[in-house]
Design a protein around this ligand. Structure first.
Ligand code: NDP
Length: 283
């Protein structure tokens, strides 16, 4: 069974649209998102445009900043500080990666945690780690939304996560653990990766290498979630999983494109509303 991330995402966005309408009607205000992109990486530009499109679809106000790759860290931090104070902006997102002369951690930490829609700030990561999350990181939240939508049980399942990044691997492992899975986290130094993956009831791959997960690495009837986004020499986008072969073995599988990607975007918009709700409550 192929998990249609696009369709699930549209259902989520439809619910968000109704919430935005009711906020507008009752409070005469709309939630707002600022997206900052530094440099002109074509993939990042596509992601930023997708986020903008999703905002306009549901009536969330969005403002994009396309900054030159040579911008100084100081100027970028100044802009973030202005946005932290901007009453029309409830979520701030800095599209990663940043050019090497800018300290990514300093930028992430400059965003006030209440407007940190990506959940990258150490404060929000800490809350997530202790099981008191204010907000959930978008891609991991999208994965959980997909599993829940398909009514796939997580509790007591053996979940293998390949990849240990702060953006995907670590936080999805925490969320699965909080849902009572037994979690194994793999990375580039893991030995016998094939054997470990083959023991997974739910296999999540976030590596960034095309066709990295072969059918030999997947147990019969496993659930396979492909987070990877890779561009092939012919320009096509594919995931980390050898989809054409693994789909015959897996009970559920996410395609790329049309799987985790759209879910990540809808979770981001959901986070804008979450941040808006908390900020407005505070006033
Ligand atoms: P990172 O590059 O930060 O992390 C990649 C991880 O893969 C690392 O932990 C690395 O291990 C591990 N890895 C690399 N080679 C191997 C190997 N041979 N065996 C086992 N593990 C390996 O990537 P991200 O987590 O940021 O992203 C992963 C992929 O997901 C990318 O393709 C990215 O584009 C995509 N992505 C998709 C999103 C979506 O919305 N669908 C959102 C975010 C990312 P080590 O730590 O040891 O180096």
């Amino acid at each position: 069974m192929i998990i249609d991330g696009k369709k699930i995402s549209e259902e989520i966005l439809e619910k968000i649209k109704l919430k935005v309408l009711s906020i507008k009607k009752n409070r005469n205000i709309v939630p707002g998102l600022a997206v900052i992109m530094v440099g002109d990486d074509p993939a990042s530009r596509i992601y930023v445009n997708n986020k903008k499109k999703a905002c306009s679809k549901v009536g969330v106000y969005s403002r994009e900043y396309f900054l030159p790759g040579g911008i100084s860290e100081e100027d970028l931090l100044k802009l973030i500080s202005e946005l932290n104070r901007d009453q029309n902006i409830h979520g701030i997102l800095v599209q990663l990666p940043l050019p090497s002369h800018i300290n990514e951690n300093a930028v992430i930490e400059a965003i006030c945690p209440e407007k940190d829609v990506d959940c990258f700030h150490p404060f929000n990561m800490g809350k997530l780690l202790t099981g008191n999350a204010n907000i959930l990181p978008c891609t991991p939240a999208g994965i959980i939304a997909a599993l829940e939508h398909e009514k796939i049980d997580i509790s007591s399942k053996h979940c293998v996560v390949v990849g240990r990044s702060n953006i995907v691997g670590k936080p999805i492992s925490l969320l699965l653990l909080q849902k009572n899975a037994t979690v194994t986290i793999c990375h580039s130094k893991t030995l016998n990766l094939e054997d470990v993956c083959r023991r997974a009831d739910i296999l999540i791959c976030a590596v960034g290498k095309a066709n990295f997960i072969s059918k030999e690495m997947v147990k019969n009837n496993a659930v396979v979630i492909d987070v990877g986004i890779n561009r092939l020499p012919n320009g096509k986008i594919c995931g980390d999983v050898d989809f054409d072969n693994v789909k015959f073995i897996a009970s559920y599988i996410t395609p790329v494109p049309g799987g985790v990607g759209p879910l990540t975007v809808s979770m981001l918009i959901n986070n804008v509303l979450e941040c808006f709700g908390k900020l407005v409550e505070k006033i």
